[in-house]
Design a protein around this ligand. Structure first.
Ligand SMILES: [Zn+2]
Length: 471
């Protein structure tokens, strides 16, 4: 791998067209933590998830959990049977079924047939194709003509039902299936010796899901990638879902979590309001999530800060650097730091392969020197916060693999490059709406009470049955 790409000095920067995008091995998964559920499923299925097959009960586990995995429940969309390209993802905000599948490259005619099949095969009361919600999950298999061969659809939060459409003798036929999954929550505590990943592994749980989930929850408070210190302690309550045979299928949500560092401690609790909106909050009901992610990738170091003057290593002179350079290995995932719309994808002079995303409230972000883009990414596409949009590289004028990150704010009606660290790095702190505060406190108390149990406790009986109507 060529790490020092001097071939891309300005004069040579046009040499060679952008290489054809390679297809990523796994389908894109735009939604935050759902991403990891699928990841675990896929890795288990393909024998990569040793954690799952070697699942090791922790202290005081009352029941031994079978090590076998109910593969059918993990990747239910007949992936083994159906030939073709597998696409999976989630319904985005304000999207309907047609928008979603067209976004995935399915033709309007195909989508119409699909919706027709759903209407015919499934009672409207169970699934109305006109009413889909953000976070509903779909997994499609399409053939080389982009014709749908198989669809598996699950509604967000519904772990009992899936809707399946199959092409039988050339005709799409839909049916409803039930998935009885048993839900348990387990209390996990750990102490950091070197990395949070290893600490999680030592608890006997699978870090592939939990590490990213914890990172997401404490995004603005702890940089698990850089700041974890020996002796830091953490605890959390996480749901685990089991299939018919009692086999572990996947993790659900982290219900509550705490992190005790040397100087500071943080607590977080999941709150699902009566409108089914969810998020993580501190004990006073302030949102822990922000408009922007703290960083657009997991980086090794910041190799160049935002500066009005810096010595350019290639040009050998002082020029402003109105962005932040994050050094990271080639291929590291680059995330959109907030929901937005892709406004540029392509070559952009010294920035190489470049993506721009326009966000609400007059902000725009840019991601440069990418080795490649996320599969199918195009202008006008809506992206979600923490959706992978590209991969670190050294295209354009770069002395090694890094991400050049631009952050624009609107000044006098125009985008202006701004120092991102001033604008981002903080959560919105938006509180739970006053009308739901009593409801929040009840969920909070229940979830934090679970966290008070002993390490390894299974808290099935105590799983909160929170009324869905606020008082
Ligand atoms: Zn730069």
């Amino acid at each position: 791998m060529q790490m020092y790409d001097y071939s891309s000095l300005p004069s040579a920067s046009e040499q060679g067209k952008p290489r054809k995008q390679r297809k990523p091995r796994k389908p894109r998964k735009p939604r935050r933590w759902f991403f990891f559920l699928t990841l675990i499923g896929v890795s288990v299925l393909f024998g990569l998830g040793n954690e799952a097959t070697e699942y090791k009960p922790v202290v005081e586990l009352k029941k031994k959990v079978s090590a076998s995995v109910d593969a059918e429940l993990i990747l239910p969309f007949a992936a083994q049977k159906a030939e073709g390209t597998k696409i999976s993802g989630y319904i985005a905000r304000n999207e309907n079924l047609t928008d979603t599948f067209i976004r995935e490259g399915i033709s309007r005619t195909e989508v119409r047939q699909l919706i027709g099949a759903l209407r015919k095969g499934i009672p409207r009361a169970s699934f109305n194709p006109n009413v889909v919600r953000q976070g509903d999950r779909y997994a499609l298999v399409i053939d080389s003509q982009s014709a749908i061969q198989h669809l598996e659809y699950t509604k967000r939060g519904d772990r009992e039902t899936r809707f399946v459409v199959e092409r039988i003798d050339g005709v799409l036929k839909a049916r409803q299936e039930n998935l009885p999954l048993r839900r348990e929550a387990i209390v996990v505590f750990g102490r950091v010796k070197d990395t949070i990943w290893n600490a999680l592994r030592e608890t006997g749980e699978n870090p592939a899901f939990l590490c990213d989930k914890l990172e997401y929850i404490f995004e603005y408070y702890i940089d698990f990638y850089n700041d974890c210190r020996k002796g830091d302690e953490f605890g959390f309550v996480v749901e685990k879902l089991y299939g018919k045979s009692g086999a572990f299928v996947r993790y659900g949500d982290i219900l509550s979590a705490q992190y005790k560092g040397g100087k500071e401690s943080f607590q977080a609790v999941l709150y699902i309001d009566p409108d089914s909106k969810d998020g993580y909050y501190d004990s006073d009901g302030r949102s822990l999530q922000g408009l922007f992610l703290r960083k657009p990738l997991n980086f090794t170091r910041i190799s160049s800060k935002y500066a009005s003057r810096r010595f350019h290593p290639i040009l050998k002179r002082y020029i402003p650097h109105h962005g932040v350079d994050y050094a990271a290995p080639t291929g590291t995932k680059v995330w959109a730091i907030a929901d937005g719309t892709v406004s540029f994808v392509g070559r952009k002079g010294p920035l190489g392969h470049y993506i721009e995303v326009e966000h609400n409230n007059g902000y725009k972000t840019g991601y440069g020197h990418l080795s490649r883009y996320a599969r199918g990414l195009k202008r006008g596409q809506r992206v979600k916060q923490k959706q992978t949009i590209g991969y670190v590289g050294a295209t354009g004028r770069a002395t090694g693999p890094h991400l050049h990150f631009n952050f624009y704010a609107t000044v006098n009606g125009k985008y202006k490059l701004t120092n991102p660290t001033r604008a981002i790095n903080r959560p919105t702190g938006r509180p739970v709406p006053a009308k739901y505060m009593a409801h929040f406190r009840r969920q909070r108390d229940q979830h934090f009470a679970l966290l008070g149990r002993a390490n390894g406790s299974i808290v099935t009986a105590a799983l909160p049955t929170v009324p869905t109507v606020a008082e």
